[in-house]
Write a protein that binds this ligand. Structure first.
Ligand SMILES: NC(=O)c1ccc[n+]([C@@H]2O[C@H](COP(=O)([O-])OP(=O)(O)OC[C@H]3O[C@@H](n4cnc5c(N)ncnc54)[C@H](O)[C@@H]3O)[C@@H](O)[C@H]2O)c1
Length: 276
């Protein structure tokens, strides 16, 4: 299967065609993706649906989520065996709301196999000025959101299920002005390991992806500022940003049978930037 990475005038971005593995064993499975209204969550949902996975996409911005689901459905018109994409609203800070999403997936499609805790925020402030509201919101969305998502998923999944959390290179590398974010992603990485140990009792695997700079709205500030972009590219051994499509393959690997003995792993997909 191939994915197309659209052309861009931004330096440091990749474009062209990318080969991706089909993973036919995913066909007929059911996934929840949080923060699926745009960015990586939307591309994960599209890639899963293209492989015959039914997806519940959940986002705090319901209209964005509805548009993303319709766009994926249009993209797959005529694709044999493509999965359905259902849009719903969720605020991942709300434990009961995440539980309702898990039940929606089970009631609509009869099972739940994969849950991607992808929703996240990336606020900025110098460390000594981080307001209480920013710290609380960041920990609540990025960390509590992952815990409540895992709880909801585990309550509905059968053994063999898989949870994927979105950590970040920022879990192990300092980003100036992003102390709330960096500390939240360090927590996500360790929470992934804690969950892997306990959910192993249920036969559920828990892993994380730790991307570097990926070309989404979240990193628009880097792409639109030549100085920030040059600095970012300097910190990436592969000298370019990642495309969301380049995070899809690692996500599919962790979701697939190829990774059925992999749990508690933090998979860096960062062009090598964790070493710089
Ligand atoms: N883009 C990057 O360079 C990068 C790098 C490392 C890690 N990540 C992580 O990957 C994930 C996806 O990043 P992205 O770049 O696609 O982000 P994005 O900003 O493009 O999309 C995030 C989505 O999450 C949703 N969201 C925010 N708060 C929410 C809440 N409380 N409840 C439900 N949904 C909510 C937003 O509406 C949005 O649709 C995030 O966890 C992010 O921290 C991104």
């Amino acid at each position: 299967m191939t994915a197309t990475i659209p052309a861009s005038e931004h330096p440091g971005r990749v474009e062209g065609t990318l080969m991706q593995v089909d993973h036919p064993e995913l066909r007929g499975k059911v996934a929840v993706v949080t923060g699926a209204g745009r960015g990586m969550g939307a591309r994960f949902s599209a890639a899963l649906a293209r492989r015959g996975v039914h997806v519940v996409g959940a986002d705090i911005d319901e209209s964005l989520m509805g548009e993303a689901a319709s766009a994926i459905t249009r993209e797959h018109e005529g694709v044999d065996g493509a999965g359905d994409v259902v849009a719903t609203g969720v605020d991942v800070r709300d434990r009961e709301a995440q539980q309702r999403v898990a039940e929606l997936a089970r009631d609509r499609f009869g099972r739940l196999d994969l849950w991607i805790n992808n929703a996240g925020v990336f606020p900025e402030a110098p460390a000594i000025e981080v307001p209480v509201s920013q710290m609380q919101a960041t920990l609540s969305i990025n960390v509590e959101g992952v815990l409540y998502g895992a709880q909801a998923a585990a309550s509905v999944m059968e053994p063999g299920g898989s949870i994927i959390n979105m950590a970040s290179v920022a879990a192990v590398r300092v980003r100036r002005g992003r102390s709330a974010y960096c500390s939240s992603k360090a927590a996500v990485a360790h929470l992934t390991e804690c969950l892997a140990v306990e959910l192993g009792d249920l036969g559920v695997r828990v892993n994380a992806i730790a991307p570097g700079f990926v070309d989404t709205e979240m990193t628009r500030w880097v792409q639109d500022d030549p100085q920030a972009l040059a600095k970012a590219l300097d910190s990436i051994p592969l000298h370019r940003l990642g495309s969301p499509e380049e995070i899809v393959g690692p996500m599919l690997f962790l979701a697939s049978d190829s990774a059925r003995y992999v749990t508690g792993h933090i998979l860096a997909v960062d062009g090598g930037s964790r070493h710089v």
